[in-house]
Design a protein around this ligand. Structure first.
Ligand code: AMP
Ligand code: GLY
Length: 423
């Protein structure tokens, strides 16, 4: 099979690395890719916003299957264009991608199909939102409705903070994404990410992970796209997974199909495990980044046939097997991230990959033969071992061999799970 992978982050490097191991693969192309992805795929210079050009490339090169990594092309309708052109696609239609593209859409689906989530209201003007916030009191959560690169959410512990967040949204802090605001009840508990493949009708549960969203050690400082992750999430016990499937994922799949936009691709459920059980914080319609990196390190099965089965309505014919061993990844980011940072700083050395550790590239590029950092999140140093504590040790040992003056990382990725192992 000739496959095209869309994207250029650490998530896509992990997907490319795993797809490249498939005996079913003839050629893997990636657009736009990055220097890490170039080790396992042929990079093609395609404008991925030009969906017709992507379809034309597939037709000209005999590509029959496209795997879409990030959410933006999905929300923009890339999967619809490719499917119309007769190409199999892993990833939802624009209509189904609203699960990530509009928080209000997801909250309405939860209300209609009785899926547990925080009580909420949607607002299009500041005065009504402020009045609701004042009535409900803090803590309370304010969310810009649309895509805001993970930055549109304020978990307000005080009323003043909540009112300021409402004003920020309506004053345009998140552009068009903030023209509508969702105000949601604060959920108290431990967060987990849960991943499940869907083919419109059937579901194949994958695995769980825990992200570290704050930039600083001890979960301090501003939110980021994720500074590190491990899989599995200990809080996702077999019972909690079964409840999540029954109470959240299955009603979502049935509801999406009944409403005329069946979901096909990966459902990434952001969960809060509260005293009542799993509650949905949000859906994403693609793999998490960096959660995907730890999932791919643990996946024993061939990735290509299971993604293709999801894309072609045959998920009931495949299964996935996983290493029991936990995997952990540490993100190295450019100093200053998630704020402004310098670009094109040289990365002079990387550790060699081995069977138990692997460096995935995110925001890197080659400039005159020199590897440089071009993004906020730049490298994902990933390890798998018998315990989270050992995976953590191995990941940091590898990370300490990276020679990059402008990089930084958190030093405590996995702290919750390591503390649990010691208890
Ligand atoms: P989201 O972009 O919706 O995932 O929100 C970003 C982060 O805000 C989540 O990962 C949670 O840590 C936090 N958050 C979102 N909604 C809630 C909620 N209802 N209660 C508590 N924390 C929340
Ligand atoms: N790491 C969180 C995300 O991919 O949304």
């Amino acid at each position: 099979m000739k496959v095209l992978l869309i994207g250029s982050g650490g998530r896509e490097h992990a997907l490319a690395w795993k797809l490249a191991q498939s005996p079913l693969l003839e050629t893997l192309y990636a657009a736009p890719g990055n220097p890490g992805i170039a080790d396992c795929a042929t990079l093609v210079a395609l404008d991925i916003e030009d969906h017709a050009a992507v379809a034309a490339f597939c037709k000209e090169n005999g590509v029959t299957f496209v795997v879409v990594g990030p959410e933006a092309p999905l929300v923009a309708g890339m999967a619809d264009v490719l499917r119309t052109a007769g190409i199999d696609v892993f990833g939802p239609s624009a209509a189904a991608a609203q699960l990530e593209g509009s928080k209000g859409f997801t909250k309405d689906l939860c209300a209609k199909y009785d899926i547990p989530t925080g009580a909420y209201q949607r607002f299009t003007d500041a005065a009504a939102a402020r009045a609701y916030v004042e009535r409900e009191g803090a803590p309370i959560v304010i969310k810009a409705d649309g895509l805001a690169a993970g930055k549109g959410v304020t978990v307000a512990m005080t009323l003043d903070e909540a009112l300021a967040a409402v004003d920020d949204c309506f004053d345009g802090a998140f552009g068009a994404a903030g023209a509508e605001v969702v105000v949601e009840a604060f959920l108290d508990g431990e967060e987990a990410s849960f991943f499940c493949l869907c083919d419109g009708v059937n579901a194949l549960p994958l695995a769980s992970a825990q992200d570290h969203k704050r930039v600083g050690d001890g979960d301090t400082g501003p939110n980021t796209g994720g500074m590190g992750a491990y899989s599995p999430a200990p809080v996702m016990t077999p019972d909690m997974v079964a409840r999540t499937m029954k109470e959240i994922i299955e009603p979502t799949i049935r509801g999406m199909a009944a409403d005329g936009h069946p979901f096909q691709g990966v459902l990434f459920a952001g969960l809060m495990i509260t005293a009542k059980g799993p509650e949905l914080i949000e859906y994403n319609v693609r793999f998490g980044d960096p959660e995907c990196q730890v999932l791919m390190m643990r996946l024993e099965s061939d990735l290509l046939p299971i993604l293709h089965a999801a894309a072609t309505g045959r998920l009931d014919t495949v299964s996935a097997s996983w290493r029991d061993a936990p995997a952990l990844t540490v993100v190295m980011a450019s100093k200053g991230y998630p704020g402004a940072y310098e670009k094109n700083t040289p990365i002079r050395a990387l550790p060699a990959d081995d069977a138990a550790s692997k460096v995935f590239h995110a925001g890197t590029a080659l400039k005159d033969g020199q590897l440089v950092a071009t993004g906020g999140r730049v490298l994902n140093v990933t390890a798998v071992a018998a315990t989270v504590a050992e995976a953590q040790k191995a990941a940091y040992q590898a990370l300490d061999q990276v020679e990059w003056d402008n990089g930084f990382c958190r030093r405590d990725i996995g702290w919750r799970a390591v503390a649990r192992e010691k208890a």
